[in-house]
Design a protein around this ligand. Structure first.
Ligand code: SAM
Length: 323
């Protein structure tokens, strides 16, 4: 099958030199799936390559076609769009992979930022790879990395967590597990979360309860937009500062500073610092089950795998025996 759309007008796929600086992009658009990052607020953050691919692709698969159409209209791009969102990704992937296998150039975008990062795309990518289709990243805006590099927190090791669970209990459990993992990590690791404005205070309160009020955090708000703001300080300070506002607007990316080895130990709130060994021992003494069964129950309670917890148990025992 041949490509349709704008690329068909220029079958050789040559880019006129006057339109783009030399070396800014390949002279031909090879067949494949293009993962195109789009701005997270500031339209100036679209890249030359992104515009080129969006123009020359046969189709653009979009998380929300209406949202992407605004971007395409702004840049005068007439490529047809098709929806691909969390509710139809699997069915749509079948159709798109068939076209990709026939040599059609397809671009994938999300509403904002890098597709596949807390956005649809991962399933289509894995299906395309399984079908032997080339997958080509077109890098650009991403809230997590933008927040990280300007946060002032260490960037050498970090963990992207995405969105925390919405339900209070599950969110607290997830944070407790992350806290415990941070304590077991060999080097401090900055944690990065995405959060919605209506949940930011609840999430900061949970972080404060698990890590303690003195924990350094950064809340990056409205990145790349007019009201871009970085709130840096202890979690209690950042929470109070947001709490004092009449209304909390905008999109947030939250970062938690990693715990240096010297600080590893019980947290002020106590809850999450409980070692796996202590939890297992408690379950055993309360219920009379053996260690294996206690680990299984704890894994279920924490939503973690049993083998992961077992490894953590071994690590704790090894570090105790060194002391
Ligand atoms: N794929 C996107 C990326 O590459 O960053 C992320 C999509 S995710 C559905 C949207 C979340 O990213 C928002 O709820 C917010 O937590 C974060 N985010 C997106 N844009 C942001 C911005 N301009 N400033 C701060 N955080 C932002």
């Amino acid at each position: 099958m041949n490509d349709a759309g704008p690329a068909a007008e220029n079958p050789a796929g040559e880019v006129p030199a006057r339109e783009f600086p030399a070396g800014a992009m390949d002279s031909r658009l090879a067949p494949g799936l293009y993962l195109v990052a789009t701005p997270i607020g500031n339209l100036g953050d679209i890249t030359l390559r992104a515009l080129d691919v969006l123009k020359r692709a046969a189709r653009i698969a979009c998380e929300d076609t209406r949202q992407t159409q605004k971007l395409l209209n702004h840049f005068g791009i007439a490529t047809p769009t098709v929806s691909l969102h969390e509710h139809n990704e699997r069915e749509r992937a079948v159709e798109l992979v068939e076209q990709l296998s026939n040599g059609v150039r397809i671009a994938l975008v999300s509403d904002a930022g890098t597709p596949g990062i807390s956005d649809p795309g991962a399933w289509l990518v894995s299906e395309a790879i399984a079908a032997g289709v080339a997958v080509i990243p077109i890098p650009g805006a991403n809230a997590a990395l933008s927040a990280l590099v300007a946060s002032g927190l260490p960037t050498d090791e970090f963990q992207f967590v995405g969105f925390l669970p919405e339900k209070a209990g599950a969110r607290r459990t997830r944070l407790e597990v992350l806290f415990a993992e941070a304590g077991a990590a060999e080097a401090p690791r900055t944690l990065i979360f995405y959060e919605a404005p209506h949940r930011i205070l609840l999430t900061l309160a949970d972080i404060e309860a698990v890590w303690g009020p003195g924990q350094p955090v950064v809340a990056a708000r409205e990145l790349t937009k007019v009201h871009e703001e970085f709130l840096r300080g202890t979690v209690a300070e950042v929470r109070r500062s947001l709490e004092s506002r009449e209304r909390i607007r905008g999109e947030f990316t939250v970062l938690i500073a990693g715990r240096p080895a010297a600080q590893v130990g019980p947290n002020p709130a106590g809850a999450s610092s409980e070692k796996v060994a202590d939890r297992v021992a408690r379950i055993q003494s309360e219920t009379g089950v053996d260690e294996k069964e206690a680990l299984k129950r704890l894994a279920r309670e924490l939503g973690q795998s049993k083998s992961e917890l077992y490894r953590e148990l071994q690590r704790e025992r090894a570090s105790r025996s060194k002391r």
